[in-house]
Design a protein around this ligand. Structure first.
Ligand SMILES: [Zn+2]
Length: 55
């Protein structure tokens, strides 16, 4: 089980995602970034923060 919280990636946001696999989690994170944070393309430096925030 993998978890991600937006707050740990440096965003002021209470979103949390849970996935059984990295791919499932990544899809949820990308959906959230697009709809909640208006990121059609996630900048590489933010992607690093996202990866570091995944537990
Ligand atoms: Zn968020």
């Amino acid at each position: 089980m993998r978890t991600f919280t937006c707050k740990q990636s440096g965003m002021n946001c209470s979103f949390e995602a849970i996935g059984n696999t990295d791919n499932e989690l990544a899809r949820k994170i990308i959906d959230h970034m697009e709809s909640a944070h208006n990121m059609q393309v996630i900048p590489p430096e933010h992607l690093m923060k996202v990866k570091n925030a995944i537990k």
